[in-house]
Design a protein around this ligand. Structure first.
Ligand SMILES: [Zn+2]
Ligand SMILES: [Zn+2]
Length: 292
């Protein structure tokens, strides 16, 4: 199931505004991310990447073995569009009063001085090559986590476009049934209830959305109702946090049937950090080990 989560500038602005009304404490965070998400969606309309080709034979092997369609290193990236987006994201961060402002400034200065090899950073992120991030961060006095956040967010439109192209290879009539992304094999970062109460999982890396069993821990395949639990707050009926007592991991769930708001999952994710804090206080771990 790959229906699009792409919204335009107006819709993202509205989604952020209605979330802000509900949770004013998130005002600054929502204003910040709203700008990032708008430039990302805008970039996605302009990027060009060649679709990845998978032979019928390979497709059959992957389906039979339960392998994802690609390894994350195989994603194509529009390097030119990603560079333009990175500059826009750094400019937004630089203007914010957040912790990342000094890193964004240092990145923009290094780009101006032509001292920055962006292409190698884009591909290092896909190749999970930490050493290039380590070296670049050290050389330009940038926090490594900030650099990874900015680079990931700059290639995110290429990743989600690539995932959309690849989703054509998935068998629509055969539920995937696994807890990892059928496109890239990454764990889910969010879960959603939609329509008649069907459950979907959203990939934390390429944002592909796939259909899932309702009572299920995607991180350890647990289906035992005695060890699966959740909590929610009466004030926020559209959210719940699913907990697995077997692997002690949690995933946040948005129940779109319980709200009339426009739902843009990346915004919902950043406006629910209090749920992450609560789950961690209860000694559950996030199922993903990288920032979205
Ligand atoms: Zn994925
Ligand atoms: Zn589990």
């Amino acid at each position: 199931m790959a229906d699009n989560i792409q919204l335009n500038e107006d819709q993202i602005t509205k989604a952020a505004w209605s979330l802000k009304e509900l949770r004013p404490a998130y005002g600054a965070i929502l204003d910040f991310y709203k700008q990032i998400f708008i430039v990302q969606e805008d970039s996605k309309d302009k990027i060009q990447i060649d679709p990845i080709q998978i032979s019928d034979e390979m497709l059959l092997i992957k389906a039979n073995e339960g392998f994802p369609l690609v390894n994350i290193s195989e994603f194509g990236i529009d390097a030119k569009a990603s560079k333009m987006l990175l500059i826009k994201i750094c400019s937004i961060i630089k203007e914010s009063s957040g912790d990342m402002a000094s890193s964004a400034r240092a990145i923009l200065e290094a780009i101006d001085a032509e001292e920055f090899d962006l292409d190698s950073l884009f591909f290092a992120l896909l190749g999970e090559d930490d050493s290039i991030f380590e070296k670049t961060a050290k050389k330009h006095a940038i926090k490594k986590g900030d650099l990874a956040f900015i680079v990931y967010n700059s290639i995110k439109p290429s990743l989600s476009l690539g995932a959309e192209q690849l989703s054509a290879y998935l068998d629509k009539n055969k539920p995937w049934g696994k807890g990892y992304c059928p496109i890239c094999g990454s764990p889910p970062g969010l879960s959603m209830f939609q329509g008649e109460g069907e459950r979907f999982l959203l990939c934390a890396f390429c944002w592909h959305k796939w259909s899932s069993r309702r009572l299920y821990c995607p991180f350890c395949d647990n289906t035992d109702t005695k060890t699966l639990n959740y909590f929610f707050s009466e004030d926020e009926k559209e959210y719940r946090v699913d907990l697995c007592n077997k692997c002690k991991k949690y995933i946040k769930t948005i129940d779109t049937r319980k709200t009339e708001r426009i739902i843009y999952p990346p915004l919902e994710h950043v406006a629910t950090l209090h749920l992450d804090i609560k789950a961690k206080e209860m000694e559950f771990k996030s199922g993903i080990d990288f920032a979205l």
